[in-house]
Write a protein that binds this ligand. Structure first.
Ligand SMILES: Nc1nc2c(ncn2[C@@H]2O[C@H](COP(=O)(O)OP(=O)(O)OP(=O)(O)O)[C@@H](O)[C@H]2O)c(=O)[nH]1
Ligand SMILES: [Mg+2]
Length: 300
């Protein structure tokens, strides 16, 4: 076999993934995006028990061979610093969906209302960030729908701020409320995740003044979002700042956790349990039980 000539390879970051192709933003020319093909077989370790729905994910660093002014071929996938993965829903067998790779922080977006605040998904994302040691930020959007936004002792996210997580009550319709969050995401790579309709795309558009894609609506009957964003998209609005807008998800199936180890991902429950005291009255006890039950069902 001839030694591979790597001199004509250029590096970049995957910004959008399609079947067998992905867009790559080039490191040396960030205004340039090439549509690159990739071969699944090229990257997959056949021995792994779990396979990925797609071998490349938004945020992946790749080396590509440039074929023309608009296209190329992915030759190498650089090992990931970290990743946010879930079990791919609706797939037979053991398939993983990599939501994003190589991120500095995960912005877990929820809404104060419309759709209602949902701690279940927040807890799952918190666990996934702990597994990979990624910083989580919890954003509660649509605060304009709160009757009295200054009432903080009744805030449903108080338990998270009490635990030391950074929480940001904001409104995409109120630019002043976004200032601190904008500083938090500046200079970093952040992936925005959450249920459909919570306002991920709206927030990103307001934060960076960029037209990203479609803004949806919330079904007034079901109170659910309409899955407006359908493909994850990485954008680089200014040098060093990257964000990934993701489609709203219904479920987050945790990966790589044994039911009996789950409690360690609920530090406040774990601490009490270690003292041999009852955890039943604690805020996240029911969330813990629900997730544990799900993990046990899968292992049956
Ligand atoms: N009242 C209010 N409505 C908002 C706010 N942010 C977003 N919305 C509305 O919520 C709806 C959904 O917004 P999107 O930005 O499309 O939500 P998304 O999270 O990107 O949804 P998916 O792409 O489906 O995952 C739209 O009708 C927005 O106008 C907000 O701060 N306050
Ligand atoms: Mg969206």
């Amino acid at each position: 076999m001839e030694p591979q000539n790597t001199s004509n390879l250029v590096s970049g970051v995957v910004s959008e993934v399609f079947p067998n192709q992905c867009n790559v933003i080039l490191d040396h020319d960030t205004d340039k995006k090439l549509l690159c093909s990739y071969r699944r077989s090229q990257f997959l370790n056949k021995k792994v028990e779990w396979r990925e729905r797609s071998p490349v994910a938004p945020g992946d660093r790749v080396e590509i061979k440039v074929l023309g002014s608009k296209d190329g071929v992915v030759e190498n996938l650089i090992p990931r610093k970290n990743k946010i993965q879930r079990k791919a829903p609706g797939r037979e067998g053991q398939v993983l969906h990599t939501i994003a790779a190589n991120v500095d922080q995960v912005v877990i977006v929820s809404a104060f209302l419309d759709p209602p605040f949902s701690p279940g998904l927040i807890d799952r994302f918190l666990i996934a960030t702990q597994q990979e040691e990624i910083v989580p930020l919890i954003v509660i959007n649509k605060m304009d729908l709160a009757e009295d936004p200054s009432v903080t002792d009744k805030t449903p996210w108080k338990l998270y701020s009490d635990m030391g997580y950074q929480c940001f009550p904001v409104s995409a319709h109120d630019p002043v409320s976004l200032e601190i969050l904008r500083e938090k995401v500046r200079g970093k790579t952040s992936v925005f995740c959450g249920h459909s309709g919570v306002g991920k795309t709206s927030l990103l558009q307001e934060l960076f003044g960029e037209k990203i894609g479609k803004i949806g609506s919330v079904n007034s009957y079901t109170g659910k979002g309409k899955h407006t964003t359908t493909v994850s998209l990485l954008l680089q609005p200014e040098p060093g700042t990257r964000f990934i807008d993701t489609p709203g998800i219904k479920e987050f199936g945790l990966f790589g956790i044994k039911p009996n180890d789950l409690i360690q991902h609920f530090p406040e429950l774990y601490e009490v349990q270690q003292k041999r005291e009852s955890i039943e009255g604690l805020s996240r006890y029911h969330s813990y039980l629900r997730i544990k039950q799900g993990l046990e069902d899968e292992n049956r």
